[in-house]
Design a protein around this ligand. Structure first.
Ligand SMILES: Cc1cc2nc3c(=O)[nH]c(=O)nc-3n(C[C@H](O)[C@H](O)[C@H](O)COP(=O)(O)OP(=O)(O)OC[C@H]3O[C@@H](n4cnc5c(N)ncnc54)[C@H](O)[C@@H]3O)c2cc1C
Length: 405
């Protein structure tokens, strides 16, 4: 009987494991760390490593949530438009995330113009790949008011560096009705994503081995023959399959010479121990340190994507600045809660290699099957989308199909 060995329990590995186990195949899922989820995980105390948002066009991710029975845990915090507060001029507005919503003048972003919208839409067409700042140079107000935050959120790369082709991959999907709806986990990535995925996998008979770090892969005649873990070796039978769902630097360590991205951008998250109660809210900030603020009844989390400078700063520098901005924004939008003037206890989580930097130029794409019985998965292996949960899940599901082929 075929046995599939899946290495890495991030979203790609979990999606592959789910697809194979629920089709009745024997699967073992190995994970180096004590917990699953990878770059979208809960820390041991339940705190998310960082806020993760999905949008309506992430159909593979939303379908995966349906399949693991977790869809109802993902809420749409701002159905009427994203509240955006500009710290530079203290203006506050609701912004539709899709240009289709801008017919309503009250939902337009700052600085929008027809020329700017056309320049943005042109990125969905196969013109020359260049930086987004270059493509939007004639529309600085729209770049600042809408495109910069979109680029940072979607590509985790500043517009001055980010590729028009990579943004085009996102823009082409945003046209469908409901594609720009924003979803976040109501409680956290543990209870609302990772735990349900592992529970369905276990119920389908899958074996999960946390704390199992793959050290090396032995191969002969173009086939993987055994897997060396810290504690033991796994010999591979003729019919066994391996899915390697590792981050690029780890995959490259196992399979020397495969093409993989080598430049990464950090994401810094601040978690304030303040419980405002009320509903889940999601605010955008312009001209500020904070880019996004996720307000859950149990805590307040700030996201700083592409935070190269902030990744070098400590909590004493970041927290007071961020809290002062949060207070201005929650007051502007009348977010309920007894918000204290002084910053509450704050924890900073820095993911230094959160995603590859999405620059113009060819995407280093590895072969899907570098060995006859070994298939690659992971957000960076899916050239059709920037590195996101959607890309990770698509890659994992495709790897499961490929492994059986
Ligand atoms: C702070 C932050 C915020 C983000 N926000 C968003 C967002 O809002 N929306 C979105 O769609 N995406 C977001 N992303 C990106 C998203 O998290 C990733 O694209 C996705 O989780 C990648 O999944 P993956 O399975 O491909 O890789 P990973 O999550 O990196 O999974 C790889 C797994 O392999 C394990 N591993 C590594 N080495 C070994 C080894 N030798 N042996 C065994 N196991 C090993 C790792 O521990 C990990 O669990 C964010 C990322 C970060 C860091």
């Amino acid at each position: 009987m075929t046995h599939s060995h899946i290495i890495g329990a991030g979203m790609a590995g979990l999606a592959a494991a789910h697809a194979l186990a629920t089709q009745g195949h024997a699967v073992t899922l190995y994970e180096a760390t004590p917990g699953a989820g990878g770059r979208a995980r809960a820390l041991p105390d339940g705190t998310d490593n960082g806020t993760h948002a999905l949008i309506g066009c992430n159909t593979a991710a939303l379908g995966f949530l349906d399949a693991i029975g977790a869809r109802q845990y993902w809420v749409q915090p701002e159905p009427d438009g994203l509240p955006v507060y500009d710290c530079t001029d203290s203006s506050a507005r609701l912004v539709a995330l899709s240009p289709a919503g801008w017919w309503n003048g009250a939902r337009r972003p700052a600085g929008v113009s027809w020329g700017g919208v056309l320049a943005l839409m042109a990125m969905a067409l196969p013109f020359r790949d260049r930086t987004i700042a270059e493509a939007m140079a004639a529309h600085p107000a729209f770049l600042r008011g809408f495109v910069d935050p979109l680029v940072i959120a979607a590509l985790n790369t500043p517009s001055s560096e980010a590729s028009t082709h990579r943004l085009g991959q996102v823009l082409r999907r945003l046209g469908a009705p409901g594609a720009a709806r924003l979803f976040v986990a109501r409680r956290g990535l543990g209870p609302d994503l990772v735990d349900p995925a592992l529970a369905v996998f276990a119920a389908a008979g899958g074996a999960y081995r946390p704390g199992s770090r793959l050290r090396a892969i032995q191969s002969s005649n173009g086939r993987a023959t055994s897997l060396t873990f810290q504690e033991s070796d796994v010999m591979l039978g003729e019919a066994d399959r391996v899915i390697l769902a590792l981050p690029p630097w780890e995959a490259q360590r196992m399979l020397t010479g495969i093409p993989a991205p080598d430049a990464f951008a950090p994401i810094v998250n601040l978690h304030f121990a303040f419980q405002p109660g009320g509903q889940v809210r999601f605010l955008g900030l312009l001209g500020a340190l904070c880019q996004w603020v996720l307000i859950r009844p149990e805590g307040v989390a700030v996201t700083i994507s592409a935070g190269d400078a902030e990744a070098e700063q400590d909590v004493a520098e970041l927290a007071p600045r961020a809290w002062a901005e949060i207070l201005r924004a929650v007051r502007a939008f009348h977010v309920p809660g007894d918000w204290p003037e002084a910053p509450p206890a704050c924890r900073v989580i820095k993911e230094r290699r959160a995603t590859p930097r999405q620059r113009p130029g060819p995407i280093p794409t590895p072969p899907r099957r570098p060995l006859a019985n070994l298939v690659l998965a992971g957000d960076w292996t899916w050239p059709h989308l920037p590195a996101t949960i959607e890309a990770a899940i698509c890659s994992g599901q495709a790897a499961a199909k490929e492994a059986l082929a």
